[in-house]
Design a protein around this ligand. Sequence first.
Ligand code: CU
Length: 180
Amino acid sequence: MLSTITIVLAATTSLVSAIPTRTARDVPSVTDELTGVTHTVVAGRAGQLIFDPDNVVADIGDVIEWHYLPANHSVVQSTFDAPCLPLSDTSFFSGFFPIKEGQSDEVFQVVVKDDKPIWYYCAQGTHCSSGMLGAINQDFDSDKTLREFKELAKAAGPGVAPPEITGGERIPNPNPNSGV
Ligand SMILES: [Cu+2]
């Protein structure tokens, strides 16, 4: 007897390997516990190439808020050893604030996330090598002081500006008429 064997080829149910895609949920959520304390720093006080104050002692969860006076300053996070270069692609950069008079109608805010020293500079022209630098939570027991940071900057080239605003938030100036 002739038996017929029928082979049924299983329909090739498409086994297109699904490439896992990252979604927003994969990004660690930022759970900053804000303290409610804001430290105001003024860029360009009295037309000088300075941050005032240039040293801030802050707790984790505090906000640093930069206000900008003429002419066209910025803040960029750097390392201690390379004062006029961005720390990384994600470290903070405020963008520039080209204003002619008064203070900027926006401010830049950064939340302090740990107790490590934070170093930063202004990326405008030669402002960095001219001393427009600042620190948050410098370690006063270390040789890495704000004074030494400014010394290192004197030998640096023009400040480098990252390609886009990152690492903080530009928000409307909460008090644009305060005579900072
Ligand atoms: Cu500047």
